[in-house]
Design a protein around this ligand. Structure first.
Ligand code: SAM
Ligand code: SF4
Ligand code: F3S
Length: 468
């Protein structure tokens, strides 16, 4: 570990470092690739990393073969996510042997975990730069340090208090954008590593959020997705008295913005005010992602989720009363330690009662450092997989049924792109976040169009464009 070069002088001027890299390390002739694992938080962080790279003069490329600098933005949420990164680092070892000038950086949630970080440092001497989720802004400085010392440059912020820095965003799409409204998580669900990788909850100032969105709208954004691990607790650490619903009302006032989404919402903090906002706010999309994890009140308690099955179903009833057409999405987990067949049947029962439009389904993965990892009642893999398949067997027919109900409707679709194989087939999202494919012209990418739904599959819809 002696080759780690921790940077301690903290006289910070990001522009200086960017200029230094650009002028002294001929980055104009270098190609960089950012590979992103994990959730929207990481996707958005990668947009910030890409912005920095372009400012330093790098050309952004799409393939490993074309890249001189490869950055892996990692996720720790499940074991499989970490294994993928180790596999990629193994492959990069060979590539680096062929191209001695190649640089490799590893960042993101895995690097916030001491065990994963030390494993990477020990096993992959090909890694040049390591930084944590709170240290993106120090990338230019780390590049300089690595070139100067020809040894690992690393910066991890253990304090876990995220502060906003002056980093722009190289947006993947011009017309839809992620906006962080808060960082971190204080909930400590017993299965989850995120509070350890993303640190304590902290909300951004509302004026900063509003200004960011106004600027995004000026450059073409029609839809924003507000990001936070638990957006319903927005504002708790701010001096001003503002909550998440207040923030939504303010964002809804922004001229030129057409759609507002948010993720993720925690059932324990969802308020009646927020539910009513679905009636009042014309820009708030007809969609709610409300992770339930399990239908068993006994397991929910062991998970530290702080709501019961009945509480959750009550929220769903309220929201359906306010907005009967809302599209509902959830996260579900099978195989949490101690899960009995009865608990699993409660989950199936809840799924049938709610009738989700879409879902993210996971097999519990033991994460060292979390409370659930210490449980002696880990579920054998064969039972986890069998329950997982049974869960999908219930979820998918419901999804198909709900999609089929949309046939004949005219939906507003934000066009996101064209099909890879057929440029006359466009693909976009309804307000309810459903993918719709239809024939159209590529010039409409980024526009919101009326599309009549003509057929439905489990994961997507087909439609006909209504010519205006
Ligand atoms: N903050 C969000 C919430 O509480 O709903 C969830 C964010 S987490 C990154 C996304 C999902 O990953 C969780 O809702 C959970 O279903 C799943 N997840 C988290 N830890 C997991 C684990 N140890 N094994 C399997 N799935 C996990
Ligand atoms: Fe993880 Fe729970 Fe926080 Fe979501 S609310 S990020 S599941 S600890
Ligand atoms: Fe997201 Fe994975 Fe980190 S799910 S917050 S990138 S651990």
């Amino acid at each position: 570990m002696e080759n780690i070069n921790l940077i301690n002088d903290y006289k910070y001027n990001i522009e200086e470092y960017i200029k230094n890299v650009k002028e002294n390390y001929s980055c104009q002739n270098k190609n960089a690739l950012v590979i992103t694992h994990g959730c929207q938080m990481n996707e958005h962080d990668s947009e910030k990393i890409s912005w920095l790279l372009e400012k330093m003069g790098y050309n952004l490329v799409d393939t490993i073969e074309d890249a001189d600098f490869i950055l892996l933005n990692t996720c720790s949420v499940r074991h499989s996510a970490e294994d993928k990164v180790y596999g990629q680092l193994g492959n990069l070892k060979h590539l680096k042997n062929q191209n001695k000038n190649m640089k490799v950086a590893v960042c993101g949630c895995m690097m916030q975990r001491k065990e994963s970080r030390e494993y990477v440092i020990d096993k992959f001497e090909n890694v040049d730069i390591i930084f944590g989720t709170n240290n993106i802004f120090r990338l230019p400085e780390l590049i300089i340090s690595n070139y100067e010392t020809n040894s690992l440059a690393m910066d991890i912020d253990e304090s876990m208090l995220r502060t906003d820095s002056d980093i722009g965003t190289n947006r993947l799409y011009k017309f839809k954008s992620y906006v962080n409204i808060m960082y971190g998580c204080d909930n400590f669900c017993t299965f989850c590593i995120v509070p350890y990788t993303r640190g304590r909850e902290s909300s951004r100032e509302p004026d900063d959020i509003i200004n960011e969105i106004k600027n995004l709208v000026k450059t073409g954004t029609k839809e924003v997705t507000l990001l936070g691990q638990n957006v319903n607790s927005y504002g708790k650490n701010l001096d001003k008295r503002i909550n998440f619903t207040d923030l939504l009302y303010r964002i809804n006032e922004i001229d030129g913005l057409e759609r507002i989404r948010f993720m993720t919402s925690h059932p324990k903090d969802i308020s009646d005010e927020l539910i009513n906002a679905y009636k009042d706010l014309d820009k708030l999309c007809n969609f709610l992602h409300l992770p339930v994890q399990s239908g068993s009140t006994r397991l929910l308690k062991l998970m530290n989720r702080k709501y019961t099955k009945e509480d959750y179903l009550k929220i769903i009833d309220k929201i359906k009363n306010v907005n009967p057409d809302i599209a509902l999405c959830t996260d579900l987990m099978v195989g949490f330690p101690g899960e009995e067949e009865e608990d699993f049947l409660e989950t199936l029962d809840l799924v049938k009662k709610v009738e989700y439009d879409t879902s993210f389904t996971f097999i519990y993965s033991k994460r060292e450092g979390t409370r659930a990892a210490k449980s002696k009642e880990q579920i054998p893999d064969n039972i986890k997989h069998e329950r997982f398949e049974r869960l999908l067997d219930v979820l998918y027919p419901i999804q198909l049924k709900k999609n089929t109900k949309l046939i004949g409707n005219i939906e507003k679709v934000l066009v996101e792109g064209a099909s890879k194989n057929r440029s006359d087939v466009l693909t976009g999202r309804t307000e309810g976040f459903k993918t719709v494919n239809f024939k159209g012209n590529k010039k409409d990418i980024g526009n919101i169009l009326d599309v009549k739904i003509i057929s439905a599959n489990t994961f997507s819809l087909n439609g006909d464009l209504i010519e205006s």
